[in-house]
Design a protein around this ligand. Structure first.
Ligand SMILES: Cc1cc2nc3c(=O)[nH]c(=O)nc-3n(C[C@H](O)[C@H](O)[C@H](O)COP(=O)(O)OP(=O)(O)OC[C@H]3O[C@@H](n4cnc5c(N)ncnc54)[C@H](O)[C@@H]3O)c2cc1C
Length: 267
């Protein structure tokens, strides 16, 4: 996998809990994008620890990308982002990829996410064609975490306030308990992984939505350390089943199978 070395050029506080880091370097001129607004890269932190982050802004001519980091308690990535100064070097890798794919003629799109999804939501809103209808609901810690976006779209943004430990439940309520606008739209949900997993199952199995009507993406996990400990205990059972599931070609059937494998062992 190609690695791109870059240096921190500048930092800015987007909000008290969101720090924008502009990375620059010659190698970023060749770092081509997927064109999807939720495209992400893998950032390699000291100790070879990797985490996924959305590319909030790309400027090949200036050899720059912006990444917006949520500052939270614990975590290598968050601690790095909170403290880093211009000049520090970092590596990014991975071909940028995303999942946001409403059909071009969709009458409305819903974007639902917690703070980690804001960079992708911001890009998606800013890239909307003139008049395109979007309903956006974002769960953030408090009103100081709201952001504004320039857009040609017809956009309603609602802010819901919850601490990170409650963000998943807020996402579940927003995604599953609200009436949808008329017509066949598209819903994109990203945020806490247990919540996005539940939401995908509800969309598919309770509401009967077809796969072209939604995408859900787990961005982070509440209690990640507990999940990882349990995973290590049951890896011998889980890993062969996951390897077998790789043969399933249909994405949604694959996600169902993986959910079942994890659920059987309490993950
Ligand atoms: C495709 C994709 C795109 C992403 N884009 C972004 C982005 O643009 N900006 C962004 O900030 N994040 C983004 N994320 C989420 C980010 O990768 C995770 O939050 C990651 O876990 C942070 O790593 P860490 O080293 O700081 O914490 P970890 O070492 O992973 O976790 C340490 C502790 O912090 C907790 N934790 C982790 N993340 C959060 C959080 N956000 N809020 C509260 N507690 C948390 C964990 O439960 C754990 O207890 C994205 C994730 C994916 C998969």
């Amino acid at each position: 996998m190609t690695a791109y070395r870059a240096a921190v050029r500048r930092t800015v506080a987007v909000t008290p809990l969101m720090r924008r880091i502009t990375l620059g370097g010659e190698s970023l001129r060749d770092y081509s994008g997927s064109g999807l607004p939720d495209e992400s890269c893998r950032v390699v932190f000291p100790g070879e620890i990797t985490r996924n982050y959305t590319i909030r802004r790309r400027d090949p001519a200036a050899e720059e990308i912006d990444i917006d980091f949520v500052l939270h308690d614990g975590g290598v990535a968050s601690a790095w982002a909170a403290a880093v100064e211009p000049g520090a070097e970092i590596t990014i890798s991975g071909a940028p990829a995303g999942k946001y794919h409403p059909a071009p003629d969709v009458p409305w799109r819903r974007l639902i996410g917690d703070a980690t999804a804001l960079p992708a939501i911001g890009r998606a809103v800013e890239e909307l064609p003139a008049g395109a209808r979007a309903l956006v609901v974002v769960v953030v810690d408090n009103p100081n975490e709201r952001q504004t976006f320039d857009t040609q779209g017809d956009v309603d943004i609602e802010w819901v306030y919850a601490r990170s430990g409650d963000a998943g439940d807020a996402l579940r309520r927003i995604a599953c308990d609200r009436d949808l606008p008329e017509g066949p739209g598209y819903t994109w949900v990203a945020g806490e992984a247990a919540a996005t997993r539940d939401i995908r199952r509800r969309f598919r199995h309770t509401f009967g939505l077809t796969a072209d009507r939604y995408d859900t993406v787990g961005y982070w996990r509440l209690g990640a350390e507990r999940w990882e400990r349990r995973y290590q205990e049951v890896a011998g059972i889980v890993d062969p089943k996951l390897a077998a599931a790789d043969a399933i070609e249909d994405d949604e059937q694959y996600f169902d199978a993986v959910d079942d494998i994890y659920a059987e062992v309490g993950l």
